[in-house]
Write a protein that binds this ligand. Structure first.
Ligand SMILES: C[S@@+](CC[C@H](N)C(=O)[O-])C[C@H]1O[C@@H](n2cnc3c(N)ncnc32)[C@H](O)[C@@H]1O
Length: 284
């Protein structure tokens, strides 16, 4: 089950409303109202109502039914639909991967990107942001990572969830929080955004599209799947990415997938024991 997608929620009739916790103070409500206005979503006052009542709306007050409710509190931004689990930001695998890098271990995506400090990365498929955060850790303060996400719900949840994310005090990984904060999240469809960028604008342009056949055990991706843009990468998009990349274009796929062949990416990293492979295009 997936929700209808568009870069502009108004196009599909996918109505999205922002609300607060059940007992917000004035500041929390003001912040939620402002967030709704910035994202172009409706604002629905909570009035202590359960989510089910918010989805339906109160016709007597002129409220229309909505498909998605985004609950905004000081600590979190969580998107709810009636079709599946809620979506919120958590650093998940990024934390484990950064810990591994700090212990001198490798990361196949970083190897595929040949990434180092000071470089600029355009992540064209942000999703949960794990890959963007690991890139952000590697490029450091002198580099830059921009994350594009076409799904309005995912872009909103990740942008505001990443800004609010606080580590438990005992976690002792300040580098993780710093890397999260440096990712610049933008609601952009890469099909529309790439043609506007100048040649060589980023060192690496990266894609991790939704797999045509999802890995069965990737249960944590279930909330993302519901709200995500499932369209495959177009050949024209890859050509634009090659123009925008100063050094490399990197595309992730299942090791058993056919997308890298379809896109003509024959240079590969990973795949022997890993369920995923990276296809690489290197600028001459
Ligand atoms: C598999 S997820 C990416 C996961 C991400 N690499 C991570 O580490 O969490 C793919 C994401 O790309 C987004 N997406 C798909 N097509 C897109 C497009 N044309 N422009 C921007 N984002 C897109 C989807 O909505 C989804 O959130």
């Amino acid at each position: 089950m997936t929700l209808p997608f568009t870069a502009d929620s108004a196009d599909t009739g996918l109505t999205i409303a922002v609300t607060t916790s059940r007992h917000p103070d004035a500041q929390e409500e003001q912040e939620a109202r402002e967030l709704a206005a910035r994202e172009g979503f409706l604002f629905r006052p909570r009035r202590r109502r359960p989510l089910e009542a918010l989805f339906a709306g109160d016709a007597a007050r002129g409220e229309v039914p909505v498909a998605v409710i985004v609950v905004v509190t000081r600590d979190q931004v969580v998107a709810h639909s009636r079709q599946g689990p809620p979506l919120f930001f958590h650093p998940g695998m990024a934390k484990i991967r950064i810990q591994r890098l700090r212990q001198g271990g490798g990361d196949p995506m970083i190897t595929a990107m040949d990434l180092g400090p000071g470089q600029r990365v355009l992540d064209c498929t942000l999703g949960f942001g794990a890959d963007a955060i690991v890139s952000s850790y590697v490029v450091g303060e002198t580099g830059e990572v921009v994350g594009w996400e076409s799904s309005p719900v995912i872009a909103c949840v990740m942008r505001h969830g990443m800004a609010r994310y606080q580590q438990p005090v005992h976690a002792e990984l300040p580098a993780l929080v710093a890397a999260i904060r440096r990712v610049k999240v933008e609601r952009v469809d890469h099909r529309l955004g790439l043609p506007h960028l100048p040649d060589g604008a980023f060192d690496v342009v990266y894609f991790d599209p939704m797999f045509r056949h999802p890995l069965l055990h990737s249960q944590p991706l279930a909330p993302l799947r519901l709200f995500a843009d499932h369209r495959p990468i177009e050949v024209e998009v890859l050509e634009q990415a090659k123009r925008v990349a100063r050094r490399r274009v990197v595309v992730k796929d299942r090791s058993s997938g056919e997308e890298l062949d379809r896109l003509g990416l024959t240079t590969r990293v990973g795949g022997h024991k890993s369920p995923v492979t990276f296809g690489i295009w290197i600028k001459e």
